[in-house]
Write a protein that binds this ligand. Structure first.
Ligand code: ATP
Ligand code: MG
Length: 286
């Protein structure tokens, strides 16, 4: 159990899959809060995740990019135990979580808050009921304690100044407001790790920028580890500390924004060029 931790994957060079039960990854690591090695997942004949190696840095904003249908949401659901892998390991704070039983999974999930791809609010519940939902499910807090936490989040997420916000139901909110209510619900139980599944999809550029700022501010203010799925490259480069690219079932690029900008991987080049972040390569080879 005393071997040194494996070094993290660098841009364009993910580490080799760990051996099953590799003790080097089992210790709590101050830098990497989540470590994934050799993760496989199929649905029927469709082999979606084909040996994922990924490290999520504690207290930082980690972004996972990749085209539609590449398996980003599937990967994220594995991190908090909503899906079980066919093979591979996932360590959270040094614990191998794949063999966890239901009770241990419950404890694991309490570390996480998840902001779902389509906000996933309950349309029949008002804003307060939506945000407080995880607390009511889990604990017996007094109504005053719950309202105090809800109002604190409404203030911090700039929702407190929306007239009548507490009694509104989701269909009465704008897209950006709905995203913030979804974030408040993910934050209400004070998670250590926040997972965002495409938080800016369907928003206009201004709302997108506001959500980006909210993600950054949430990271700074609450000190959480953030894992954000995105296919918006401008957003990604605005807020990322680390960027990983999922392509054909594996993580093909992994590094700081600076490292990723210099990546030679063709899928990454295409993402960078079509988003206008880098100029297309010259046709003629030198
Ligand atoms: N529960 C499931 N059962 C069967 N197939 C699934 C299931 N969940 C996902 N898939 C399949 O796995 C593939 C990856 O899905 P996933 O939702 O992870 O894509 P994504 O990268 O998040 O795409 P998008 O950017 O469009 O959200 C898809 O082809 C999808 O049909
Ligand atoms: Mg998705």
């Amino acid at each position: 159990m005393n071997q040194p931790p494996v070094s993290p994957p660098t841009a364009d060079a993910p580490t080799a899959p760990g051996q099953p039960g590799a003790p080097a990854l089992a210790a709590r690591d101050e830098r990497w809060q989540i470590r994934v090695r050799g993760l496989h997942k199929s649905f029927g004949v469709q082999h979606v995740l084909r040996g994922i190696d990924l490290d999520i840095e504690r207290g930082r904003t980690n972004i996972i990019i990749g085209g539609s249908g590449q398996g980003k949401s599937v990967l994220m659901k594995h991190l908090m135990g909503l899906l079980r892998p066919d093979a591979g390991q996932i360590w959270v704070d040094g614990e191998d979580v794949v063999p966890f039983n239901d009770r241990e999974m419950g404890r694991l999930r309490r570390k996480f808050g998840m902001v779902f791809q389509y906000a996933a609010l309950f349309d029949s519940m008002n804003v307060v009921e939506n945000i407080a939902f995880p607390l009511i499910e889990r604990y017996r807090l007094s109504r005053d304690e719950i309202m105090e936490r809800v109002r604190d989040l409404l203030r911090k997420l700039d929702l407190a100044n929306v007239a009548g916000i507490e009694q509104k139901v989701p269909p009465e909110l704008s897209g950006g407001q709905r995203k913030r209510v979804g974030l408040a619900r993910a934050l209400i139980d004070r998670p250590e790790i926040l997972l965002y599944d495409e938080p800016t999809t369907g928003l206009d550029p201004v709302a997108t920028k506001n959500v980006d700022e909210m993600i950054r501010r949430t990271a700074d203010e609450f000190g959480v580890t953030s894992v954000v799925i995105s296919h918006d490259m401008a957003s990604t480069f605005r807020i990322a500390d680390r960027i990983s690219m999922l392509f054909n079932g594996t993580i093909v690029v992994n590094g700081t924004p600076q490292e990723v900008l210099g990546s030679r991987h063709p899928a990454m080049r295409e993402f960078l060029e079509t988003s206008g972040l880098v100029a297309p390569e010259e046709n003629g080879q030198a």
